[in-house]
Write a protein that binds this ligand. Structure first.
Ligand SMILES: *Cc1c(COP(=O)(O)O)cnc(C)c1O
Length: 406
């Protein structure tokens, strides 16, 4: 049974008011709220368990280590990785992609190619540009059509023996568009030896993830967008690939032996986890996975899809409102503008006065904004705790903004 009030009761922050109105939190694509079960795990960690992991023989260190490794196995199951040591703790998607781009440096040469898409977040653009600068490789970008849909015939054209990396997101954060990654991965495997990187920042909170079935080489996501604390994230990499590539950061935890003559590296996953990790946060990420499992992935998807459909239908009834990617397959996000209202942030400010939190601006995706020839959009994004009444309030707020600004 899916009981929305019971779910909402697990998120204390949803009871607060903003500007004298009950909070309507629709900025989940930027970060989700955290259920009390996750907050309690954070609190319990610091009140009962805090110790550095993997080093100590004392009891607290062992307990903290066990809890963090248990969390790793929960995440392994969550994404269906073959081995728990393929699951690397990071501080988020940005760090994950930077890590991959860094460790691939030696694998690229001048005139090699990296394929990304027009729909990428800046954190799936800039690390590859930096890799291009280091190596002389070139970036190729799969274009979109006026619905925001990737034009995959360009991928066919671009793929060649020069292609060394294909990195795309599964779901676009700016528009919520669900990309056909199965097809992208199949085409890439068939026509190149490229490493395949999937940015799952916006898919892990909404979909069942199966990295084995997907057959990607890397899959990265952020904990804070899926009910876990800030500063948590995961890099999944295929065992053979991670074993063959060099480390990223050097330091404690990641060595087997260290002397001034030279150092040997630890095995996976520790080779990629130099330094003291965010132990409490990593344990709480496991609790966030527990929360999602309790609610049920199918329930989460069904509810969020119903919210999106309802929101889009209501919003499109407003004259002069344009939804970007209206006709594309989407999840979790509706991104729009009002005709004649120059600046999305004006709408956002009026909504905020009504207690409604949305994001306005370019959403770290300036190329998409350039494509549509706009400075930004108003973006409402959904999580499992949002309600149809909240969407009614959003629609009412947008109408009010239109009256005030039009
Ligand atoms: C949020 C986001 C990122 C960056 O994630 P951080 O948690 O800020 O590191 C990358 N890609 C997509 C699609 C995102 O939504």
């Amino acid at each position: 049974m899916f009981d929305i009030q019971e779910i909402r009761s697990q998120f204390s922050i949803l009871d607060r008011e903003v500007n004298g109105k009950p909070l309507v939190y629709l900025d989940n694509a930027a970060t989700s709220q955290k259920p009390n079960s996750v907050l309690e795990v954070c609190h319990a960690y610091y009140t009962e368990l805090n110790a550095n992991v993997h080093r100590g023989i004392h009891t607290l260190s062992q307990l903290a280590t066990e809890e963090m490794e248990l969390s790793r196995r929960k995440i392994q199951k969550f994404i269906n990785a073959e081995h728990d040591f393929e699951v690397i703790f990071t501080k988020g998607t940005t760090e994950g992609i930077n890590l991959i781009a860094y460790i691939l440096t030696q694998k690229l040469q001048k005139d090699d190619e990296i394929i990304i898409s027009y729909l990428e977040h800046h954190s799936n653009i800039v690390p590859w540009q930096m890799l291009c600068e280091r190596t002389g490789a070139r970036l190729r970008v799969i274009p979109i059509d006026e619905n925001g849909v990737l034009q995959l015939d360009y991928l066919d054209q671009y793929l060649s023996e020069k292609t060394k990396v294909v990195s795309v997101n599964q779901v676009s954060n700016a528009l919520g568009i669900v990309n056909p990654i199965e097809e992208i991965i199949a085409k890439t495997r068939k026509n190149s030896d490229a490493y395949i990187v999937i940015d799952g920042a916006q898919s892990a909170p909404h979909f069942d993830i199966d990295v084995q079935k997907m057959d990607c080489d890397f899959f990265v996501f952020s904990g804070h967008k899926m009910y876990a604390p800030m500063g948590t994230g995961i890099l999944y990499g295929k065992c053979e690939i991670l074993e063959a590539l060099p480390p990223f950061h050097g330091g404690g935890e990641m060595i087997a032996t260290c002397s001034f003559e030279g150092t040997t590296y630890a095995g996976l996953p520790f080779k990629y986890e130099a330094g003291t990790p965010n132990v409490g946060g990593n344990i709480a990420l496991g609790a966030a996975v527990d929360f999602m499992n309790r609610v049920g992935h199918e329930n989460i998807q069904n509810h969020e899809n119903a919210l999106l459909e309802y929101a889009q239908r209501q919003l499109l009834e407003i004259e002069g409102l344009k939804v970007y990617g209206e006709k594309a397959k989407r999840t979790g996000v509706v991104s729009f503008n009002l005709e004649g209202v120059g600046i999305a942030s004006d709408v956002g400010m009026i909504l905020d006065k009504m207690g409604i939190a949305v994001r306005t601006g370019h959403h770290c995706t300036q190329p998409i904004m350039s494509f549509f020839n706009i400075a930004g959009t108003v973006r409402a994004s959904f999580a499992v705790y949002n309600t149809f009444e909240e969407i009614d309030r959003l629609v009412e707020g947008v109408k009010k903004a239109q009256r005030m600004l039009g």
